[in-house]
Write a protein that binds this ligand. Structure first.
Ligand SMILES: Cc1ncc(COP(=O)(O)O)c(C=O)c1O
Length: 454
C-alpha cells in the first residue's frame, strides 16, 4: 500500500533525516539514539557526561582503543602531504608501504593486497575475483558460492547475497542462483545426545553432500568467518574450519576466509586463519581492526597461486576491472600503518593471548545465571546467550530480553551489542583484567535487572 496524498500532508516535516544502517523506515523522526561526544581508552562518553565501557569496541573495530594521538597525528600529517591520489594511475608511498606491510604479516603466499573501502567491499571484491579467476581459466560455469546460515559478510548486493541471516533478507532481494547455504556450526544447536565431535562430522558431511548436489565444477568458492561474529559469536567445533578447507581443496573450490572481525588481534594474531585454525586460505578479507575504526578501509588478500594460475593462461591483457575511487586512500593507509605500529610497540597481540583465558573465565562465570544458556568465547570476542525458558524456545521473546539487558547495562555504564538473543562483547584489545571484571560485573547486574523486570 502506498501513502496517500493526505498521509503525506499530515506526516511530520522531516528536513534532512539521517538514514541509519538497518533503518526502520516506519520510525523516522523517533530517533532516540545515544549521542556520543568523546572517548578515551575503552570508554566512550555520552552527551550527558556518562562514561560507558565500549563493550562492542564500536562495531568490533576499535581494537587499539579510543583517543590514540599517534593515529590522529599520522593521518593529519598524511592529509597535509597528500590527501588523495588516483589508485588507477598513480601510487603513493604510504599505500605501497602498507601493502608490503600487510603482506609481511599475512599467512603463506597471500602477498597481493587489493585495498577496499571496508569489509563489504572486500568481500564483494573477493567474490568478483572468483568470477574473474574462473573466467580467465576458461571455466565460466564455476561460479556458485557455498556459505553458512547465520554467516554475515556485508551489505553490498554480492556480500549480502552470501550472508545467511534470514531476518535480514525479509524485504530485500539477493542475487539469484548464487549461494548454497549449509548449516551454522553452532555446537549448542546439535541434536540432543550427539557429541560435539559427531556434530562436526555431520557438518563436514553436509558440506560434502552440498558439493555433490551442486557439482564441484559449478562451485567457485566457499566463504566463511573463522568465528561467526554477527551471527552471535559462533565458535565452531575444533577442527571444523580446517576440515572445510580440506574438503574445498579436494574439490578445487577456492576458500575465502572472511577475517573482517577476526583479524588484527581479535583472536591474538594479525590473522587467525593460519595461526589459530591452521589454514592458509586462497583469499582473506579484512577491515575494521585494520584501522581500528579511525578511518574506513578494508583489504582483500589474494594468494600468489591465484595470480600465477591466471598468468599461466595468457600473456594478454587481463584486467580485474574492479576498484574504488578510495582504494588505498593515503590517509586511511597512514591510519592503518600507525595502528600496526601501536600493535607492535605495545605488544597488543601478546596482550590478547595473555588475557584471553581471563576474559573467557570471566564471561563463563555468567553461566550461573538461570537465563544464560550458552557462553561462547574465543580471543576477545564473546556471546552470552539468554533464554527466558529454554524448554520453549521463542526467538522474539528472547531478543526482546537482550534488548532490555542492553538498556539496563547502558544505565549501569556498559554498551552491549545484543545480537538476536545473545549479548555480544568485543572490547578494545587494550582492556585490563580490572576492566574485564568491571565489564562482566555490569553485564551480570544488567541481566539480573532485566530478568527481574520481565
Ligand atoms: C565478517 C564480516 N564481514 C564483512 C562485514 C562487512 O563489513 P563493513 O560493515 O565494513 O562493510 C562485516 C561487518 O560487520 C563482518 O562482520
Amino acid at each position: 500500500m502506498t501513502a496517500s496524498a493526505d498521509d503525506l500532508k499530515n506526516a511530520p516535516v522531516q528536513n534532512g533525516q539521517l538514514v541509519r544502517p538497518w533503518q526502520d523506515v516506519t520510525s523516522f523522526g523517533q530517533d532516540d539514539a545515544t549521542v556520543l561526544e568523546n572517548s578515551s581508552g575503552i570508554y566512550v562518553r555520552d552527551s550527558e557526561g556518562n562514561d560507558l565501557i565500549d563493550g562492542p569496541g564500536g562495531m568490533w573495530c576499535v581494537n587499539v582503543g579510543h583517543g590514540r594521538r599517534e593515529i590522529i597525528e599520522a593521518v593529519s600529517k598524511q592529509l597535509e602531504e597528500l590527501p588523495y591520489f588516483s589508485p588507477w594511475t598513480m601510487s603513493a608511498p604510504m599505500t605501497t608501504k602498507l601493502a608490503e606491510r600487510i603482506a609481511s604479516i599475512s599467512p603463506g603466499d597471500l602477498n597481493n593486497i587489493f585495498f577496499t573501502t571496508g569489509g563489504s567491499t572486500a568481500v564483494d571484491s573477493a567474490l568478483r575475483f572468483v568470477f574473474f579467476y574462473n573466467n580467465c581459466l576458461g571455466r565460466p560455469e564455476k561460479k556458485q558460492i557455498i556459505a553458512r546460515v547465520n554467516g554475515y559478510h556485508g551489505s553490498t548486493y554480492l556480500s549480502s547475497s552470501v550472508s545467511g541471516k534470514k531476518s535480514e533478507k525479509a524485504h530485500m532481494d539477493m542475487a539469484k542462483g548464487l549461494t548454497n547455504f549449509i548449516s551454522s556450526p553452532k555446537p549448542k544447536d546439535r541434536p540432543k545426545g550427539m557429541s560435539v565431535e559427531d556434530f562436526c562430522d555431520t557438518l563436514i558431511a553436509e558440506l560434502e553432500a552440498k558439493i555433490e548436489e551442486v557439482g564441484a565444477d559449478k562451485i567457485g568458492a566457499f566463504i566463511a568467518e573463522p568465528v561467526m561474529g554477527s551471527g552471535g559469536v559462533v565458535v565452531a567445533p575444533d577442527g571444523y574450519f580446517k576440515r572445510c578447507y580440506e574438503v574445498c581443496k579436494k574439490h578445487d573450490i577456492l576458500f575465502i576466509s572472511d577475517e573482517v572481525v577476526t583479524s588484527f588481534g581479535r583472536l591474538g594474531h594479525y590473522f587467525a586463519s593460519e595461526d589459530v585454525f591452521g589454514v592458509v586460505p586462497d583469499m582473506i578479507t579484512t577491515a575494521k581492526g585494520m584501522t581500528s575504526g579511525y578511518l574506513p578501509m578494508g583489504a582483500l588478500l589474494i594468494s600468489d597461486r591465484l595470480i600465477a594460475d591466471i598468468n599461466a593462461t595468457t600473456n594478454e591483457y587481463r584486467a580485474f576491472t574492479s576498484g574504488f575511487t578510495y582504494s588505498g586512500h593515503p590517509a586511511s593507509a597512514a591510519c592503518a600503518m600507525a595502528n600496526i605500529d601501536i600493535f607492535e610497540r605495545d605488544g597488543l597481540l601478546e596482550h590478547v593471548r595473555e588475557i584471553a583465558p581471563y576474559f573467557a573465565k570471566a564471561m563463563n562465570s555468567l553461566s550461573d545465571l538461570p537465563v544464560v544458556t550458552d557462553v561462547r568465547v574465543l580471543g576477545l570476542m564473546a556471546g552470552v546467550e539468554c533464554e527466558l525458558d529454554a524448554d520453549t524456545p521463542d526467538e522474539d521473546r528472547d531478543c526482546a530480553f537482550t534488548a532490555k539487558v542492553d538498556v539496563a547495562c547502558q544505565e549501569l555504564g556498559l554498551l552491549v551489542r545484543p545480537i538476536y538473543n545473545s549479548c555480544v562483547m568485543s572490547p578494545p584489545l587494550t582492556i585490563t583484567k580490572e576492566q574485564i571484571d568491571e565489564m562482566v560485573a555490569i553485564l551480570r547486574a544488567g541481566i539480573i535487572q532485566a530478568a527481574e523486570n520481565t
